[in-house]
Design a protein around this ligand. Sequence first.
Ligand code: HEM
Length: 430
Amino acid sequence: MSRAQISPEPTLAVGVGLPWDVAVDDAVDLLARAREVHGDTFLVESGRDRVLFTFSPTGVESFYALPEEVASKGVADYLMLRRKLPDALFEGRRTLPGSLFRKEDVASYLGNLEEALAATVAELGDSGSVDVFALTRRLGHRMGLASWAGPGAASGAAFDDLVVAFDALDGADAFVHPDAMAAVAASGKAAERAALDRVVEIVGVSIGSVELQAHPLFARIAAEWADEPPEVARLGVAYDVALIHVASLSNLGAALAWMLIDLIEHPAAAGAVAAGDRELAARCALESTRLAQRSIMARTVLAPVTFDTGDATYDVSPGATIATLLPLTNRSPELGHDTWSPDRWTRHRFTDTAGLASPQLVTAFGHGKHSCPAQPFSIAAMTMAATHLLTQFELEPRWSSYPRPVPAQIGGVARAAEPCLMTYRRRDPR
Ligand code: HEM
């Protein structure tokens, strides 16, 4: 295959590779250092990829304005996720994560979250210690599986088995642990394929269940396959559910974990949230998500495109990637954006913009056409969960310094590099 052309040729960041291809100490740091040396726009050649990184105000605005048919987010996401997920999961899907946010859907997810929170509180008991990320991840599994995996998926042995399967099938590993993807490829994705088979076994039994009216989203997914023979439908439905589950919730769980950590670190704000200040809780959710963003935002060029970065205009040919990296623009120390302050937000808008050359340089949920369709739901869910846990429990940190992200992670919301324990004590023991 010939190399994708970029003309004029941008400065090449010599010796810089991406963590799928080379061992890096810290993926974000490496690109931050490349930016210090080469300026706001430079080229990274890594493996077979040629990636035009841009961080200039005009470059980032041009990035968010790229039309999908010319420079595709869908293809870039697929190329990333297929490093981890079995190919079969991408073939012939009939219900996609982007179609989950009709009005009645959100109400049903939040109802399931309420039940998941009650189950979580029961599981925790009166006191103990727990890893914040493990807690929020399990909560996300429970809410998601209740929402779209059919009757019985969110309780008992079926739930525990699905959690094990989905932990092995975690698409987020593709960007949280990019350094592990060579081993996944070498294994032929054996663990992931076995986990997917297990999901089919468990979810498949619910097709045709008499309880479907209580599971509207699962019923909708199943209806898309109603014209197929039972074996085809069983696989189709279970794969739709699996892709929805792995593509949607892991960032939400991680963002909620950072929100809890930041609130534990800021007792006055935690007190106000526990006392019912939902508006503040929503701003805390946005602020923690902004600071925890480690997303590489990428578009795979499909048709020749002219890309303006302000100081130059590049002709980019198909096969190249255009990208930016949120942590490099989201948390500028020179603007004071590297600390936690929910007052930077006015409702859902980042308004601490003094000195910021473009409002699009900062984000929690993205800008433009591809911005997150789940933002209102995610903020409502984080608000509900943090409020519930802070009302029920006194939470104390057991970390000695503020948790640090997994260094190799390049994408999504940061996960913690080390266990992140907190102790909890029920305010009103039963
Ligand atoms: C705190 C949690 C979440 C964060 C921080 C987040 C963040 C983002 C960001 C930054 C984008 C834009 C990416 C880009 O332009 O390349 C995005 C897109 C998207 N998100 Fe989320 N998201 C979250 C939760 C969810 C959930 C729960 C779902 C459930 C399905 C979801 C589904 C999507 C979809 C389908 C898109 C693509 C939209 C499109 O291409 O038009 N997200 N998200």
